[in-house]
Design a binder for this molecule. Structure first.
Ligand code: UD1
Ligand code: UDP
Length: 369
């Protein structure tokens, strides 16, 4: 019997981190599966960092990133360029990940070509179409056109059922991010190059990049950081700043060259994982970081009002603080001063996976022909 051709398409840093261990697992099963990788390169530099770490050489690189790109051109570039790849490769199945514009447009492209699509990290929802924007609609859309739904948790399976996805097309697999995290922390111990942290201070790790935080919210977050550093001499802040110019400009304007605030370039994944392990508290609006930090036993304050990842909130290791200066300051100070509150939030829990998600997905892929 001929091998099942699996075309994996991804384009941004988080998709790459979460698809890399899956690509590796597909490659391990080369007796039954043929792996073909296409990157859109919606991200360039921070995608390449991940490809290098996991030693993935894409078969197709669409190289679409433009400076300060917009959603319309991004969507049409992905749609048109993946059409050519899908027509050339003629895959048995296309895999996409999550909720980026690459995922949504690549899923649509495969659907138009009548190729079945598997959606990795299916079923996440806030049920608010503008939060996060445009990710909530991207993932609803991807789920609507996909055939195989690889959902990380019970909650995501339930969301899919509520969206009328037939139960026999839903597979609870865990999130592949935990596969990536476990592999990386076990095999790579890299320190952050060039970053000198003071061992007597507590490290607050910050990341922020969401579109709905552009403008005033990101300025409010920066102002909260300034006040926290001024009032708490025992902390220092490390912020690997996302390359999006809508983030970099206000962040460097407000936080650049301030005492005990380290603005650094985006970190290669292994270095970032090691920094998460060192951090005392993590402030973030990232999806992936919300999933990784709880399994490292780190309290996470989410700089958003809603989350599609309610599991760790339920367990108490993640709290939503929005982009609200007063809430950010009071929650960070509570964690700094109240040991019992800190202990409650730093339980190590693993609601998002056990490190075997990729194997479960591959087991399903092997049965599709
Ligand atoms: C994208 C995703 C978002 C995801 C995030 C993860 C969409 C619409 N947004 O947002 O869901 O959470 O990635 O990081 O799919 N840039 C570089 N180098 C890079 C990457 C980005 O210079 O390696 C700059 C470019 O100017 C680019 C801009 O950032 O135009 C925005 O990139 P884009 O992918 O459109 O948006 P993100 O905010 O990164
Ligand atoms: N990450 C990284 N380097 C950094 C910041 C984040 O490797 O400097 C990793 C992080 O561990 C997580 C992923 O990038 O796995 C999250 O990406 P991002 O926050 O850009 O996107 P989101 O998850 O919000 O879509």
């Amino acid at each position: 019997m001929s091998k099942i051709k699996v075309l994996t398409i991804f384009g941004t840093r988080p998709e790459a981190i979460k698809m890399a261990p899956l690509v590796k697992e597909i490659e391990k099963n080369s007796d039954t599966l043929e792996s073909i990788v296409c990157v859109t390169a919606q991200h360039r530099q921070i995608l390449d960092q991940v490809l290098e770490l996991f030693e993935i050489k894409p078969d197709y690189d669409l190289d679409i990133m433009k400076d300060n790109q917009n959603l319309w051109s991004l969507t049409s570039d992905v749609l048109l360029k993946t059409k050519e790849v899908i027509e050339t490769v003629k895959p048995d199945v296309v895999l996409v990940h999550g909720d980026t514009t690459t995922s949504m447009a690549a899923a649509l492209s495969a659907f138009y070509a009548k190729v079945p699509v598997g959606h990795v990290e299916a079923g996440l929802r806030t049920f608010n179409k503008y939060y996060p924007f445009p990710e909530e609609i991207n993932r609803v859309f991807a789920d609507a056109v996909c055939t195989y739904h690889f959902a990380p948790t019970d909650e995501s399976c339930e969301n899919l059922k509520k969206s009328q996805i037939p139960s026999e097309h839903i597979y609870k697999t865990g999130n592949t991010v935990i596969d990536a995290l476990i592999y990386t922390v076990e095999n790579h111990k890299e320190e952050v190059k060039g970053l000198k942290l003071n061992p007597d201070l507590k490290t607050i790790l910050l990341t922020s990049h969401r579109r709905e935080n552009f403008g005033e919210p990101i300025r409010e977050i920066c102002n909260a950081i300034l006040e926290l550093v001024k009032n708490n001499k025992d902390i220092e802040v490390v912020y690997p700043v996302h390359p999006n110019p809508n983030v970099r400009k206000p962040v460097y304007e407000l936080l650049g060259e301030k005492e005990r605030i380290h603005l650094i370039d985006p970190l290669e994944y292994a270095q970032f994982c090691n920094l998460m392990k060192k951090a005392h508290i993590i402030l973030t609006d990232s999806g992936g970081v919300q999933e990784e930090a709880p399994s490292l036993g780190k309290p996470v304050l989410v700089l958003r009002d809603t989350t599609e990842r309610p599991e760790a909130v339920k367990y108490g290791t993640v709290k939503l603080v929005g982009a609200n200066k007063d809430k950010i300051i009071s929650m960070v100070e509570k964690l700094l001063k109240d040991d019992s509150e800190y202990k409650k939030m730093s339980e190590s829990i693993n609601p998002y996976g056990d490190g075997h998600a990729c194997k479960r997905i591959v087991d399903v892929l092997k049965t599709i022909k």
